[in-house]
Design a protein around this ligand. Structure first.
Ligand code: NAI
Ligand code: MG
Length: 340
């Protein structure tokens, strides 16, 4: 069924529900027969407690060496405290393309029409540059940085993917009516790349209207390319259309390194209760399996999830059930075995 190669992958269990959902993904991969040697490393709040550092040198070195990681969410303090380790990781490793497929077939849709859209979020700049200061009492400033290089890079990734996967339309999402310089540069960069892909329809939409259209007519969207902040917000919005954050996977790609992780965070409200939905991380692992050229195992897991969901049994509370993470994992593994 699978080639017998032993892969090496860095595992960052992460904070909150991270260890629960990443171990679920490990079990599901194991059930397909794909062999992985996991290098387990720390990052985030857990690493701060253990090593006095949110991103230990060893963690970065290991990802740079092995070049592929499966990652649980990392907690970031609100208002003050340390900088987001996620942002630092993405920037340091130059993981410029955050790709998030959103499919109703792999979740529980609130719409009748099937939803199948893919988000390409720029992952290295925008308001996430961390350039902030108090400029006077009661006045704070955050700098939004947009570059032609990063905008063209994410556009190229989106158009290339769309061409390879026979997708029809790309929406560039912006607020260039207000941020004429920064979002204007983003839009112009996407336009230049779009010229190289005449077979793909290139559309533009202002982010607030985009949010409304996505809620009312999500099936009209195919591929979306966005800056960092809009990509972050719109990702959670579309997750809400297909069953919530528990079901939407993601990948952070650079030219050298790839880190696979769900859209959701560390969910402190349910951490440690054994009820987190592991599907988002399992589906992130299927993206990882494709990257490792284990396409058959990846397809088998996705088919097993579709079968599992069709029965509406053993669902975690976020999907309306009362099952635990482990019961859901067992249910998915049983379907994987059926599809042998
Ligand atoms: P969150 O995504 O952790 O949770 C939002 C809501 O969705 C909560 O009610 C949570 O219980 C629910 N939820 C999320 N994942 C779920 C799952 N797998 N199964 C069932 N329910 C799930 O967002 P929140 O609360 O805004 O952030 C919590 C922490 O996570 C913060 O420190 C934030 O910075 C961090 N975060 C980290 C991310 C990452 O590491 N990539 C991404 C997003 C947030
Ligand atoms: Mg987010």
């Amino acid at each position: 069924m699978t080639n017998k190669k032993l892969h090496r992958v860095v595992l960052i269990p992460g904070d909150g529900i991270g260890p629960e959902v990443t171990s679920a993904a490990q079990k599901v991969i194991e059930a397909t027969g794909v062999s992985i040697k996991w290098d387990v490393v720390d990052a985030g709040a857990g690493a701060l407690e253990k090593h006095g550092d949110t991103l230990p040198e060893d963690t970065l070195d290991r990802i740079k060496e092995i070049k592929i990681a499966l990652k649980g969410p990392l907690t970031t303090p609100i208002g003050g405290g340390y900088r987001s380790v996620n942002v630092i990781l993405r920037k340091t490793l130059d993981l410029y393309a955050n790709v998030r497929p959103v499919r109703s077939a792999l979740g529980i849709s609130i719409h009748h029409n099937p939803i199948d859209l893919v988000i390409f979020r720029e992952n290295t700049e925008d308001l996430y540059s961390g350039l902030e200061q108090d400029i006077a009492p009661g006045v704070a400033q955050s700098l939004k940085i947009i570059t032609e290089k990063a905008s063209k890079r994410i556009a190229e990734a989106a158009f290339q993917w769309a061409r390879k996967n026979n997708r029809k339309t790309i929406h560039a999402v912006h607020k260039a009516n207000i941020m004429k310089k920064s979002d204007g540069l983003f839009l112009d960069s996407v336009r230049q790349i779009a010229k190289k892909y005449p077979e793909i329809e290139h559309k533009e939409i202002i982010v607030d209207n985009c949010a409304m259209q996505l809620v009312m007519r999500p099936h009209l969207f195919d591929v979306l390319v966005l800056g960092n902040l809009y990509g972050d917000i719109i990702s959670d919005l579309v997750a809400g259309l297909v069953g919530g954050l528990g079901v939407v996977p993601g990948a952070n790609y650079g030219d050298e390194v790839a880190v696979f992780e769900s859209v959701h965070g560390s969910a402190p409200d349910i951490a440690g209760k054994g009820i987190a939905n592991p599907m988002a991380t399992i589906l992130s692992a299927t993206m990882m399996l494709n990257y490792l050229k284990e396409e058959k195992a990846s397809a088998r897991i996705k088919a097993a999830i579709v079968l599992f969901l069709s029965e509406k049994k053993h669902l975690t509370p976020d999907l309306g059930g009362n099952s635990t993470t482990d019961e859901m994992v067992d249910g998915i593994i049983r379907k994987i075995m059926l599809l042998r």
